[in-house]
Design a protein around this ligand. Structure first.
Ligand SMILES: [Fe+2]
Ligand SMILES: [Fe+2]
Length: 348
C-alpha cells in the first residue's frame, strides 16, 4: 500500500483526514508537527505528504522547504492544506515548493484525484529511473565508462537547448522534446547486450570482422526497443529511444551505419546524440588512444561538420563548447576504463 504522511497540529482534523486518506486505499502515517514529519520523511520512505500550511504558524511551509532542500532517493510529492479563498496562502504554498494545494473545507473527491495525480508523477520518476538503470546495466557489461551516460544526458540537454534557438529547429525542439532526448539518450548503446563477449570485451582494437559484429548493436538496440514501442504506441519516449539506438552512428553524408541514412533522413535525436557521443569518446582515454583535450575534440568535431555531423548541430556545439568542457570536468570518470569502445572515435 502507498504510504501518505499526514501532518496537522489539530488532532481532531488530523484524525478526520487520516480516516479519509485511508478510505482511498492508502496507508496513512501521521505527525503533529514539522520536526516529527521531517524525520519521518527521512526514515519511512514516504513519497507523498499532506500537511497543513499554517500549523504552528508556518510549519507546513517550513516542512515543504526542508523537504525540497533535502536529498531523498526519490521525489517527494507535497500537498499543503490552506484556507479557502486565501489567495496569498495559496501563493505561499507554491512558493515553498508544494506540488499542489488543498483548500479547506476539503472536498473529498478533489483530494482523492489530487492524490492520484501525485502517484502519477511519482510513477513517472520511477519510469525514468528504470530507463536509466537499464542503460547502466547494458553499459556495465562491456566497459567501466564511469559517468558516460550521465555526461551524454547533459551534453544532449545543453546542445538541444542551444539548437532550439535556431529557427530551423524551433518548431520541433520544444521543452518536451528536449526532456525526452535527455531521458532516452542513455539508451543509445543498449544493443551492446547482444554483442558476443569475444568482441565486446576484447582488450584492444577490433579487426574488420569484429568491427562489423560490433556495428550490429545499433540495429539490435532498435529491434529491442521497437518491440516495446509497438506494445505502447502512445509512449513518445519509446519512439525516440528507437530513433536514438538505431541512428546514433549514421552520418550526415550517408556513410554511417546501419542504413547509410543521409542528411535529414537521420532523425534529429540521432544527429544530436552522435555529436554528444563522439565528443565524450574523444575526451576519454582508451587502450588504443589517449584522452584528447577539449580543444582537440572541438577541432575534430568542427572538421567533421557536413561529413559526419549536421552542420547546424556543429555550429550550435561550437557556440556552447565551453559547457561541454565544463560537463566533462564536473562528471569526470573516477575509475580508469578497463576495456575499449572504439566505434565512436573510429568513425570520425
Ligand atoms: Fe553506439
Ligand atoms: Fe556511448
Amino acid at each position: 500500500m502507498t504510504k501518505v504522511l499526514i501532518v496537522d497540529d489539530n488532532v481532531p482534523s488530523l484524525n478526520r483526514l487520516t480516516a479519509l486518506v485511508s478510505s482511498f486505499g492508502y496507508e496513512p502515517i501521521t505527525a503533529t508537527n514539522e520536526v516529527e514529519a521531517f524525520e519521518l520523511c527521512g526514515t519511512s520512505n514516504v513519497r507523498t505528504v499532506i500537511a497543513k500550511a499554517s500549523m504552528n504558524g508556518t510549519g507546513g511551509l517550513d516542512l515543504c522547504r526542508k523537504i525540497r532542500s533535502a536529498s531523498y532517493n526519490g521525489y517527494v510529492y507535497v500537498m499543503l492544506i490552506t484556507d479557502y479563498n486565501d489567495q496569498q496562502s495559496v501563493i505561499d504554498c507554491l512558493d515553498a515548493g508544494a506540488d499542489n494545494y488543498v483548500l479547506q473545507p476539503i472536498n473529498h473527491q478533489e483530494l482523492r484525484l489530487q492524490l492520484l495525480a501525485g502517484q502519477r508523477l511519482v510513477a513517472l520518476e520511477s519510469r525514468d529511473l528504470i530507463i536509466f538503470s537499464m542503460a547502466k546495466l547494458a553499459e556495465s557489461r562491456d566497459t567501466d565508462t564511469g559517468k558516460h551516460l550521465e555526461r551524454i544526458q547533459e551534453y544532449c540537454r545543453v546542445l538541444a537547448i542551444e539548437l532550439s534557438k535556431d529557427e530551423a529547429f524551433e518548431d520541433c525542439l520544444d521543452s518536451q522534446y528536449i526532456q525526452l532526448l535527455q531521458m532516452t539518450s542513455p539508451l543509445h548503446d543498449i544493443g551492446k547486450v547482444g554483442i558476443p563477449d569475444r568482441v565486446l570485451l576484447k582488450p584492444g582494437k577490433l579487426n574488420e570482422e569484429e568491427f562489423e559484429i560490433m556495428k550490429r548493436h545499433a540495429e539490435l538496440g532498435g529491434v529491442t526497443l521497437q518491440a516495446a514501442a509497438d506494445a505502447y504506441p502512445e509512449a513518445k519516449f519509446l519512439k525516440m529511444a528507437v530513433e536514438v539506438a538505431v541512428t546514433h552512428h549514421e552520418k550526415w553524408n550517408g556513410t554511417g551505419y546501419p542504413k547509410g541514412l543521409r542528411g535529414e533522413e537521420i532523425p534529429l535525436s540521432g544527429r544530436v546524440v552522435a555529436v554528444a557521443d563522439v565528443y565524450d569518446a574523444l575526451r576519454a582515454k582508451r587502450v588504443y588512444k589517449p584522452a584528447f583535450s577539449h580543444d582537440e575534440a572541438c577541432r575534430i568535431i568542427r572538421e567533421s561538420s557536413g561529413s559526419h555531423f549536421d552542420p547546424r548541430i556543429v555550429d550550435a556545439f561550437l557556440r556552447i563548447e565551453q559547457k561541454f568542457d565544463h560537463i566533462s570536468q564536473q562528471l569526470a570518470e573516477c575509475i580508469e576504463p578497463i576495456c575499449t569502445e572504439q566505434m565512436c572515435v573510429e568513425s570520425v
